[in-house]
Write a protein that binds this ligand. Structure first.
Ligand SMILES: Nc1ccn([C@@H]2O[C@H](COP(=O)(O)OP(=O)(O)OP(=O)(O)O)[C@@H](O)[C@H]2O)c(=O)n1
Ligand SMILES: C[C@](O)(CO)[C@H](O)COP(=O)(O)O
Length: 248
C-alpha cells in the first residue's frame, strides 16, 4: 500500500499522572473509583470505544505504572485496541510529552484526553477525529459558557479583586478533551513551546502559540472534568442515568 492510500492511524494519549489535589486526600485522581471502576479505566474505554483509535498510551503516576498496567489487564478492552503505560512528569504538559515520545512510527493523528474526563461520549471522540481527517491540524471540543466571565487583577488571598474586563460571552467557549491533532504538528508544539516554559493549560494552546490554526467542534456536557468533590457526585449520577437508560 502506498503512503497516500494507507488508512490514517490514530492513537490516544491519556495523561493520568496528576495527584488530584483539588479532589482532596486519597489515591491519585485517575485511580479513584466511579461506580466501582477506576476513573482511568472509564477514560481508556471511552477512547477505545472509537473504531478510529487503535492505540492508547496511558501516562501513569511515576510510582503507579505497575498498578495501572495491572488494572488495564484486568479490565478488557476491544481486541482492536493496543495499549502502553509510561510514567508521567510533574506537570500535565510534561506528561503529554512523555506520552508522545512513546508513540510508535506510523501514527498520523493523536488525541490527547484527560483521564479526568472519564465520561466523554464516543460521538464526541469521533467528531474530533473526523475533523482532523478532514484536514484540520488541531481540533478542540468545546461548549458555550453558562456564566458571565470577568477578567480580574489578582490580589492577595482575602482581598477583593478589581475587575479589569468582561469578555463578550457569546465568543467564549469552555474547552474539553479529547483534543485532536496532526501528529507532527503536536510533536513540534511540544518540542518548541513546552521547553520554553510557556504556561499553556491545554495542548491546543501550544499549537496556537506556533501560529497554527485551531478549530472548535461541539463538545458534550458529559465530557466535564472531574476536578472537585462535587464532580464525583455528578459523574456517579451520569453513570446511574446511563445504566437506567440501558435497562440494567
Ligand atoms: N503532572 C501531571 C498533572 C496532571 N496530569 C493529568 O492531566 C489531566 C488534567 O489535569 P487535572 O484535572 O488538573 O488533574 P490533577 O493535576 O490530578 O488535579 P489537581 O490540579 O487538582 O491536582 C488529568 O487527567 C491528570 O491526571 C498528568 O498526567 N500529569
Ligand atoms: C486540558 C483541559 O482539560 C482543557 O480544558 C484543561 O486545561 C486542563 O486543566 P487542568 O487544570 O490541568 O485540569
Amino acid at each position: 500500500m502506498s503512503d497516500e492510500t494507507r488508512p490514517l492511524r490514530t492513537a490516544a494519549v491519556i495523561p493520568a499522572a496528576g495527584r488530584g489535589v483539588r479532589l482532596g486526600p486519597g489515591a491519585p485522581k485517575a485511580l479513584r473509583a466511579l461506580n466501582g471502576t477506576p476513573m482511568l479505566v472509564h477514560a481508556v474505554r471511552a477512547m477505545a470505544a472509537s473504531r478510529a483509535v487503535s492505540l492508547v498510551v496511558v501516562v501513569a503516576p511515576a510510582d503507579g505504572v505497575g498498578e495501572v498496567k495491572r488494572l488495564l489487564d484486568e479490565h478488557a478492552l476491544p481486541s482492536r485496541t493496543d495499549y502502553l503505560v509510561v510514567p508521567g512528569g510533574d506537570a500535565r504538559q510534561e506528561s503529554v510529552r512523555l506520552g508522545l515520545e512513546a508513540l510508535p512510527e506510523g501514527i498520523d493523528i493523536v488525541l490527547v484526553h484527560d483521564a479526568a474526563r472519564p465520561l466523554v461520549p464516543v460521538d464526541t471522540v469521533d467528531a474530533v477525529v473526523e475533523a482532523v481527517r478532514d484536514g484540520a491540524v488541531a481540533v478542540v471540543p468545546a461548549l458555550p459558557l453558562a456564566d458571565t466571565v470577568k477578567e480580574v487583577e489578582p490580589t492577595a488571598p482575602g482581598e477583593p479583586e478589581p475587575v479589569v474586563a468582561t469578555p463578550e460571552r457569546a465568543r467564549l467557549r469552555a474547552v474539553q478533551t479529547p483534543q485532536g491533532f496532526d501528529h507532527d504538528t503536536l510533536v513540534n508544539a511540544h518540542a518548541t513551546i513546552a521547553l520554553a516554559g510557556d504556561g499553556a493549560t491545554d495542548d491546543a494552546g501550544m499549537v496556537e502559540r506556533l501560529g497554527a490554526p485551531v478549530v472548535v467542534v461541539p463538545g458534550h456536557e458529559e465530557a466535564f472534568k472531574v476536578t472537585r468533590p462535587l464532580d464525583l457526585v455528578l459523574a456517579e449520577a451520569v453513570l446511574a442515568r446511563r445504566r437506567a437508560n440501558d435497562g440494567f
